[in-house]
Write a protein that binds this ligand. Structure first.
Ligand code: NAD
Length: 493
């Protein structure tokens, strides 16, 4: 099928209480292709009324529906069924994500869609392994700690990997036994709306999954403030995370936040330079730099500094920008005009602050490319700690390079921002790699490679201002301790 044939002509509907619905006010928003900024679909915009309906439906399904009484084995079967449906429809998901987010189709299909299917398969197994623990305290006392679903979860998604992240979050939320209202970003809503069709076809009971699309500050905020929601989980920017912490205070909600990053990638002078250059390039350019854990600060040993920069420039100039469906394309556009504008502002700030521009840094001249949100791969060297481009998340294909001499200096530079999401270290010295990995204050550290190969099995957390909450299924569960005293004569005197 041609990619456009997957796209619906009618506006995409919300999914509430097991039905695809048009909201009362019938308002829609535009879905734009970042390659050319052309409108190619519309989706309905939920209002407060739809938030209330979706939350009530998730609450009812959790409190009184069949879901709460369903054995874990049955939940597991439904998750496996969802995995099979997703696998069958993966080309459709990948094509939709490429059109809406500008992603490279091969990456959307062979990496992100594959990860999405894998997430459901993993969660199906996990649903059957929800163990607690028991503590024999003395001859007559046994304490049991068991994990229960937290209840109704509001899951709020970002735009940079909505399908893969949506699958990872929803599969594990459901494996834990929760019900959910999910809200994707308005810049990338379609894959989550398509996921609703998967849950519908798999036969999940009504109300277990609800999908609302629309404004974050209106409906996202209403979800966070609803007293019927037990937990608000959001993946997105650090400022949005801070507003969720404030908004959730009135209802003392459980919250889990996966937020921004400005991750260091430390390269020592004992590496194979050609290999390390390729890793360094990959670490900050995947999805045009729109990956939360991207290695966007290269902390580079002084002994190899200029040689490394020369080879990195040559590698970065090989990128071919274009449409993600074109096999020749290796650089995708940024998600939205507004986001590209912010990234360009950072590039200008870097120049004004006196960072040395190694490559990129000016707009493409090609008229076709200028229709889209393309930003060339840009490398700044000699970036000082006090520059804004060192400190702030840019979320585009922009690398800041800073030299170091000693291991202690490298770790200090790595930890010199408010973020603590991820980091990398490249060295042939095994002991040093472990010392540095331990020294970096962050939740996901890669050694001699970059990006995780098993996100389902080993999810990460965000430290410092990069997040809040534990990783894995316990993020969406709550513990209960049961104290059992078996003695007959235990009444206090
Ligand atoms: P964003 O913060 O702008 O939006 C995230 C989501 O929150 C969207 O669905 C948005 O509509 C919603 N939202 C906005 N205001 C809200 C409010 N007041 N109340 C409730 N919800 C609200 O983030 P984004 O631009 O979509 O995504 C990019 C950011 O996400 C980057 O900072 C990136 O680092 C981060 N991210 C983090 C991780 C991680 O695992 N730590 C993963 C992916 C992306």
């Amino acid at each position: 099928m041609r990619p456009q044939e997957y796209i619906k002509q009618e506006p995409y509907k919300l999914y509430i209480n097991g039905e695809f619905v048009v909201p009362g006010e019938r308002r829609t928003f535009d879905i734009i292709n970042p390659v050319n900024n052309e409108l190619f679909a519309k989706a309905y915009r939920a209002g407060i009324k739809e938030v209330e309906e979706a939350v009530r439906s998730a609450r009812e399904a959790y409190d009184n529906g069949p879901w709460g009484r369903m054995p874990a084995k049955e939940r597991s079967k439904l998750l496996l069924k969802a995995a099979r449906i997703l696998d069958r429809r993966k080309e459709e998901f990948a094509a939709t994500e490429t059109m809406e987010c500008g992603k490279l189709y091969a990456s959307a299909l062979y990496y992100e869609a594959a990860q999405g299917v894998d997430a459901f398969e993993y969660a199906a197994g996990k649903a059957r392994c929800l163990e607690g623990s028991s503590m024999p305290i003395d001859n007559q006392t046994l304490n049991i700690v068991q994990w229960e679903p937290v209840g109704v979860v509001a899951e709020i998604l970002p735009w940079n990997g909505p399908f893969m992240m949506g699958c990872q979050k929803l599969s594990i939320i459901l494996a834990a036994g929760n019900t959910v209202v999910v809200k994707p970003s308005s810049w990338a809503s379609l894959s989550t709306l398509l996921l609703a069709e998967v849950f519908d076809e798999a036969g999940f009971p009504k109300g277990v999954v609800n999908v609302l699309t629309g404004s974050g500050s209106l409906i996202g905020n209403a979800l966070v403030q609803s007293p019927l929601v037990d937990m608000a989980a959001m993946t997105g920017g650090t400022d949005t995370g801070k507003s969720i912490i404030t908004a959730s205070a009135d209802t003392i909600k459980d919250i889990a936040l996966e937020l921004g990053g400005k991750s260091p990638n430390i390269i020592f002078d004992d590496v194979d330079i050609d290999e390390a250059v390729k890793w360094a390039r990959f670490a900050f350019t995947l999805n045009a730099g729109q990956v939360c854990v991207s290695g966007t600060r290269l902390i580079l040993h002084k002994n190899i500094y200029e040689e490394f920069l020369g080879r990195l420039k040559a590698e970065c100039e090989k990128f071919v920008p274009g449409d993600g469906f074109d096999r020749k394309t290796t650089l995708s556009p940024l998600i939205h005009k507004e986001h590209a504008r912010i990234v360009w502002e950072y590039i200008e700030k870097g120049k004004r602050a006196g960072a040395r521009l190694i490559c990129g840094g000016k707009p493409y001249e090609d008229q076709e490319l200028r229709k889209g949100n393309f930003v060339p791969v840009t490398v700044f060297a000699d970036v000082a700690v006090d520059m804004e481009i060192f400190q702030e998340e840019i979320f585009g294909p922009v690398l800041c390079v800073t030299p170091f001499e000693t291991e202690e200096e490298a770790i200090a530079l790595a930890n010199a921002t408010k973020f603590g999401l991820a980091g990398g270290v490249f060295t042939r010295d095994a002991k040093r790699s472990m010392r540095v990995a331990k020294g970096i204050r962050g939740g996901q550290i890669y050694v001699n490679s970059y990006f995780s190969k098993a996100m389902a099995e080993s999810p990460g957390t965000g430290w410092k201002e990069s997040g809040l909450g534990v990783a894995g299924i316990h993020k969406y569960m709550i513990s209960k301790t049961i104290f059992i005293d078996t003695a007959e004569d235990n009444v206090p005197a």
